[in-house]
Design a protein around this ligand. Structure first.
Ligand SMILES: C[S@@+](CC[C@H](N)C(=O)[O-])C[C@H]1O[C@@H](n2cnc3c(N)ncnc32)[C@H](O)[C@@H]1O
Length: 301
């Protein structure tokens, strides 16, 4: 049985389906009539993300960038490796972070290129990222020549020391304004400072707060007239429409050491958020099945 391997570790509806099919197959007699059909279904689902990633360009590094392309790519690989190889539980146990972070939180190299394409198509100059983690999306967006500023919000001070050396070596740190505080406080501060608003907002922090983040971005005037909000994980591993089977319910509902508190709370946050955006009279929205779901939100035209 092929194991599912992607360059990314975070779960998606597809990786979850692949894993369920793999479990079913391991319990099935290969001579059973359903076996070969299930093998085909598993291969289909398990191979999709790998196929997509293989046929998507690598990180876009503009020709005129101040740091040589080769060097940027080396830094990028090191950052991805550093994200994966860091023992985030040990970091939390040493009390260097408040919550337990994890490599699966990183949106990954494929999504970075998707985000770069969104920003390029939109001609975004100013970007707001809510939830930075190791700053891969931040770096990718700041690389684009049209982007002049990325205001990046996170709650964990540890990430400043982790991320900054990579951003500096990639030649993008002068464009990145990292603010360490609860995101709602940082949003209020941006308003106080009279920020004129962002062309592109990328929301990718604690799931139960997603609705509040959109409300605040709009109420505080932080989205430019033709601005776009992108929101990550809006399919949340498929939990909104297929919660885990009863055998997995204990881990699903159990509180954990991230500030999502539990996967069931995060699921509810995402589901409520999706309903809220879809029924908002002033917004248009499209949910795209890109990895764990990316929702595009814009004002009605
Ligand atoms: C999924 S990760 C972000 C991933 C990142 N955008 C990327 O593309 O790789 C979520 C981040 O949100 C941060 N976060 C969670 N709650 C927050 C809050 N209330 N305010 C600011 N940041 C928060 C976490 O510390 C974590 O780094």
């Amino acid at each position: 049985m092929p194991t599912y391997i992607t360059t990314h570790t975070g779960g998606t509806p597809t990786t979850r389906a692949a894993s369920l099919l793999s479990t079913a197959l391991s319990q099935l007699d290969p001579s059973s009539p359903a076996y070969s059909t299930l093998v085909e279904a598993h291969s289909l689902v398990a191979g999709e993300e790998t196929y997509i990633e293989r046929n998507t360009s690598e990180l876009i590094v503009p020709a005129g960038h101040a740091v040589l392309e080769q060097e940027v790519r080396e830094v990028w690989d090191e950052l991805l490796r550093g994200t994966t190889e860091t023992d985030w539980k040990a970091v939390k146990d040493r009390e260097e972070t408040t919550f337990e972070l994890g490599a699966g939180m990183c949106s990954g190299p494929y999504e970075a290129v998707v985000l770069q394409n969104f920003a390029l198509m939109q001609g975004a100059k100013t970007v707001l990222e809510i939830g930075v983690f190791t700053g891969t999306a931040t770096l990718a967006l700041a690389l684009l020549p049209s982007v002049t500023q990325v205001v990046a919000l996170d709650i964990e001070p540890f990430l400043e020391s982790f991320n900054t050396p990579y951003w500096t070596r990639a030649g993008v740190s002068s464009k990145i304004d990292l603010r360490i505080a609860p995101a709602l406080e940082s949003l209020a501060k941006l308003k106080q400072e009279g920020h004129e608003g962002f062309d592109l907002v990328f929301i990718d922090a604690d799931k139960p707060s997603y609705r509040t983040y959109v409300e605040q971005v709009l109420e505080l005037g932080l989205l430019k007239e033709n601005g776009v909000i992108l929101v990550d994980n809006t399919l949340y591993k498929g939990y909104p429409w297929v919660p885990p089977a009863s055998t997995d319910q204990s881990t699903y509902a159990k509180s954990n050491r991230t500030n999502n508190k539990s996967k069931s709370e995060a699921t509810k946050g995402i589901d409520d958020f999706n309903t809220y955006v879809r029924s908002h009279p002033d917004l248009e929205t499209a949910v795209l099945p890109i990895r764990d779901g990316i929702t595009v939100i814009r004002r009605r035209i």
